[in-house]
Design a protein around this ligand. Structure first.
Ligand SMILES: [Ca+2]
Length: 131
């Protein structure tokens, strides 16, 4: 009896540990409060089915919006080689023509500081089938 109670206690303790482990947040990426707030704002600002492009980092300012129904589009002149943040609520294909490179983008993708990546190269956006 004594050992059975001990087993039950151990099982309860294990269940408790599992519950705690499941309740604990598991962020995919460390993010400070400002970055999280910026991302939340971008998510709210960018409509369903759109990819939003910002000239500045941190989704700051008014975004240029593209949807797959727009088809292929050259970036507006101010965003040519200068997309410093984006948020995607649609699939798409980011294109640099010289040197030619295409980057597929999925819904839910975003970059807060895209100037450290393809944002300094992007010339156009098109439907995901172009990638
Ligand atoms: Ca380019």
């Amino acid at each position: 009896m004594r050992s059975r109670t001990g087993t039950a206690r151990a099982a309860l303790a294990a269940a408790g540990l599992i519950a705690v482990a499941l309740a604990a947040p598991a962020p995919a990426m460390a993010m400070d409060g400002d970055a999280a707030a910026s991302l939340r704002q971008a998510r709210e600002q960018c409509g369903g089915g759109e990819i939003c492009f910002w000239y500045y980092r941190d989704y700051s300012g008014t975004p240029w919006r593209w949807t797959p129904a727009n088809g292929y589009r050259d970036m507006p002149s101010n965003l040519h080689d200068h997309v410093y943040s984006f948020y995607a609520n649609a699939e798409g294909c980011f294109i640099d023509w010289d040197p030619a490179e295409r980057r597929r983008v999925n819904s839910g993708d975003y970059a807060q500081a895209y100037d450290t990546n393809f944002g300094r190269r992007i010339d156009a956006v098109g439907p995901s089938g172009m990638c």
